[in-house]
Design a protein around this ligand. Sequence first.
Ligand SMILES: CC(C)(COP(=O)(O)OP(=O)(O)OC[C@H]1O[C@@H](n2cnc3c(N)ncnc32)[C@H](O)[C@@H]1OP(=O)(O)O)[C@@H](O)C(=O)NCCC(=O)NCCS
Length: 174
Amino acid sequence: MTRLVTERLVIDDLTSADAGFLVVLLNEPSFLQNIGDRGVRDEAGAHRYLAEGPFASYRRHGFGLWAVRLLADRRPIGICGLLKRDALDDVDIGFAFLPAYWGAGYAQEAAARVLAHAHEELKLPRVVAITAPHNERSAKLLEKLGLRFQREIRLGAEQQPTRLFAPPESEGNP
Ligand SMILES: CC(C)(COP(=O)(O)OP(=O)(O)OC[C@H]1O[C@@H](n2cnc3c(N)ncnc32)[C@H](O)[C@@H]1OP(=O)(O)O)[C@@H](O)C(=O)NCCC(=O)NCCS
């Protein structure tokens, strides 16, 4: 069980009680356009997503996408965490927040804490990020976190290109 605390947020494991929140978040136009359609349309779909995605990742890797909750009332406002994809050698950081909570620095606060956890506790040497080419808000956040655009990659033969961001010291060392 992971539990990270920042000035305004708690970042911890998603649970079955987050199913309703996930139905809303995963169907936000910003999520569908920038990340993809996870096919979650109702709470039953959210439970399937949790079992096959985050819960499986927690068991397999000791990390995954976590819930980001307001410290004040524990309300979930987004997800942020670490992913190990078959198509990518490095672990990558991912995040998505409900639009009502954009523009307050919450994503930056959560992602900075997750990166520190990745390096300090999980001892991951390198964490990268991938974003859709037009996702400027995400690119801006990744730059603030110290990652730099490296190049466009394709995660699979059929996939659209995505932008790879990585720590500057690892440039040229994919
Ligand atoms: C990507 C995403 C998480 C960025 O959210 P965000 O709220 O813009 O990101 P930040 O936490 O960095 O907040 C930055 C904004 O908060 C403002 N802000 C206000 N208070 C702040 C504070 N205390 N600290 C830092 N920034 C603060 C900043 O000035 C900045 O405003 P601006 O957007 O007008 O420049 C969000 O757009 C999202 O969920 N998108 C959909 C999913 C997605 O694309 N995920 C990425 C896939 S790779």
